[in-house]
Write a new protein. Structure first.
Length: 461
């Protein structure tokens, strides 16, 4: 839940004066105050992330429609050898160097030949789409990153990630991801702890309520339904962030949770081929033989065959089916013997590496295909709804002029030091691990102090 107006007793039921004070009763004013500031000041970043995320959830379907001619072709009875299809792509773009090929996984799909060409942006390749039956080149598009995003999806992805502002633009998305879990958990805690006559209204909005209570009822219920998804988006989104993402990478490396990979640098492999009686300058067996070797090891479905980066290095053949059940097995194939020299099975990944893979693919809408994309769209719509409802509550109860009144000050004085000290240490630790959150939290404290000084001077005047 991203914004708050339940900071007033006109909306939230006050606890009975005779009620014994608990840890939550002491912490509640602090949570309300933090939820207020984060809701009002961070919600704009969350709103932009939700709107662009909604666009990205639809980008896969948009891509299929916009590039239908390049991606599909009338299914033929026979297919040309993969080497002939690549030769057709080479002929259309002789100035480039073939980097990889993605054969059509199903009848009616084109083969995608990826070419490195001078002048392309970083992480961008030229994708040449070839009809596997005729060898006809059906089109050429830029392809971005390992996901193979074509121009329209790549544009939407960049918009969601950094608003087309370059590295400075990544600050917005990291700030949103850093705070999303805080406002979500804080909002749910406030909502669940409210006293209510009908427990059903915890998960279902109270349609009999009116005014601020009705808006709050919808805000709380929608937030409760969406909280797990919002926590998932926050956690997985931080893995792509600039500053927190670097800390996540260091933590994964320290705990040995990194994703394994086959070494295709050529060093160890060159030694292996020398032992086997081959040499780096031997004749290349060709891509058709490489594909056969991978198929013999059980690799199937959507595949990508990557050319050796340098002499002595092997071909890398990997499954790229990221939908559940995930197929991401890889093999290295010697260029001169056509033999598989190394294997990496997804089943052999550590649990942490698998969870990281599934989390990223779920965030991108790949793990469950269309169902995944629909769920992401619903989450984005839910987040937008929460923000709009939160601002509606804030707007209706704000004074004629000014920022608005957060929950009364001084709540921290009612929290015992036994609880307050660990919370303060935890806040510092989280602020260090999530730097943008730490900086913005410090800014909130400064704003709060300044507002308090202003209020004190006004009362003394």
């Amino acid at each position: 839940m991203t914004s708050t107006a339940d900071v007033s007793n006109t909306v939230d039921d006050a606890p009975p004066p005779s009620r014994e004070r608990t840890a939550w009763a002491a912490l509640r004013p602090l949570v309300l105050r933090l939820h207020f500031y984060a809701g009002v000041l961070i919600a704009p970043f969350l709103l932009v992330a939700a709107c662009t995320g909604l666009m990205y959830a639809a980008s896969y379907q948009i891509e299929q429609v916009v590039y239908q001619h390049e991606l599909t072709t009338p299914a033929g009875r026979t297919s040309l050898p993969l080497s002939a299809q690549i030769a057709a792509a080479r002929a259309a773009h002789p100035q480039g160097t073939v980097a990889a090929v993605r054969p059509g996984a199903e009848p009616g799909q084109t083969t995608r030949v990826l070419i490195n060409e001078p002048g392309l942006a970083e992480s961008t390749q030229l994708a040449v789409f070839v009809d596997p039956s005729t060898g006809q080149v059906r089109g050429t598009l830029e392809s971005y990153g390992s996901s193979g995003a074509l121009p329209v999806r790549a544009w939407i992805s960049t918009l969601h990630r950094q608003l087309h502002l370059g590295e400075p633009g990544r600050i917005y998305s990291e700030l949103a991801a850093s705070w999303l879990w805080v406002v979500a958990l804080g909002g749910v805690a406030l909502w669940v702890a409210r006293r209510r006559r009908n427990r059903r209204h915890l998960i279902v909005p109270d349609r009999a309520a009116s005014g601020l209570r009705r808006t709050l009822s919808w805000h709380g219920s929608v937030g409760l339904w969406a909280v797990l998804g919002l926590l998932f988006l926050s956690a997985t989104g931080l893995t792509w962030s600039k500053y927190a993402g670097a800390n996540v990478d260091e933590l994964r490396a320290a705990l040995d949770w990194t994703t394994p990979s086959i070494d295709v640098s050529g060093g160890d492999h060159a030694a292996h081929t020398a032992t086997a009686g081959h040499h780096a300058g031997g004749a290349d067996v060709g891509v058709d033989r490489v594909a056969q070797a991978a198929a013999a090891k059980g690799l199937s479905g959507p595949l990508e065959i990557t050319w050796p980066a340098k002499a002595g290095a092997p071909y890398l053949v990997k499954e790229i089916d990221k939908t559940a059940p995930t197929r991401l097995d890889q093999v290295a194939v010697d260029t001169t013997s056509g033999q598989v020299t190394a294997e990496l099975r997804f089943a052999d990944y550590s649990l942490a590496a698998k969870l990281a893979r599934w989390g990223i693919d779920g965030h991108m809408g790949l793990l469950f295909g269309l169902v995944n994309q629909i769920l992401l769209a619903l989450l984005a719509i839910g987040l937008i709804t929460l923000i709009v409802l939160g601002y509606r509550m804030w707007w209706r109860r704000r004074p004629t002029r000014g920022f608005g009144k957060p929950y009364p000050r001084g709540g921290w004085r009612n929290v015992s030091w036994a609880l307050l000290a660990p919370l303060a240490l935890l806040a510092v630790a989280v602020g260090v691990f999530l730097p943008l959150m730490g900086i913005s939290l410090a800014a909130f404290l400064v704003i709060d102090v300044l507002l308090g000084l202003r209020a004190r001077r006004s009362s003394q005047a």
